[in-house]
Design a protein around this ligand. Sequence first.
Ligand SMILES: O=P(O)(O)OC[C@H]1O[C@H](OP(=O)(O)OP(=O)(O)O)[C@H](O)[C@@H]1O
Ligand SMILES: O=c1cc[nH]c(=O)[nH]1
Ligand SMILES: [Mg+2]
Length: 213
Amino acid sequence: MIGVDVLVVDHPLAQTRLTAMRNAETDSGVFRASLHELTTMVVYEAARSFAVEQYPINTPVAPTEGTRLANPPLIVPVLRAGLGMADSALALLPESSMGFVGLARDEKTFEPRAYMESLPGDLSGQPVLVLDPMLATGGSLLHCCKLLVDRGCTDVIICCVLAAPEGIERLKNSGLPLRLVTASIDQGLNDKAYIVPGLGDAGDRQFGGMRRF
Ligand SMILES: O=P(O)(O)OC[C@H]1O[C@H](OP(=O)(O)OP(=O)(O)O)[C@H](O)[C@@H]1O
Ligand SMILES: O=c1cc[nH]c(=O)[nH]1
Ligand SMILES: [Mg+2]
């Protein structure tokens, strides 16, 4: 597949969690809990296309066929904000391994600065599920996806909470084969490259900090 295949999870229960996250009066505990629950729903939808295989099992009554994932994905949260999605994804995908990419966006240039990378060297034949709640300019997720594709990955699925049209366009223009699952596509970016209406800084809202919008 070339291009970006986009799925919006507009389930009512996803939208109520998203509303809690958007609300500026929501404290960090409720914000994190809402992100955990929303991640379960986004990853559940992302996993709909995963290949499965059958294998023999016995119920207490009779032999039958069981189902398991043919190729569980590597889970890659983008630090910091993606860390808040990691436990929920791993709970749904207990067979998966986890890699890590640490990125911090420069507040003036809006380009990501990489500070951590812990990934297997060879990702050929390995699907990867990337977790980051925010796709704004797209610079951070593009950086992360390039690291994966450079290692031979041909099946990258990005799970996020909010995506800006500008970021989706940047991913599309990259020509990388990507899938994106998000709970919303928002209006766009403000002059500080924050998503509008958005939810603020997803890292700061979970872990503290003082960003201005
Ligand atoms: O699409 P972009 O314009 O690159 O912006 C999105 C990035 O910004 C946020 O991270 P941030 O750099 O604030 O780091 P943090 O997670 O440590 O807060 C977010 O979690 C994304 O990684
Ligand atoms: O709105 C935005 C944009 C980038 N990063 C965030 O955390 N929020
Ligand atoms: Mg941040």
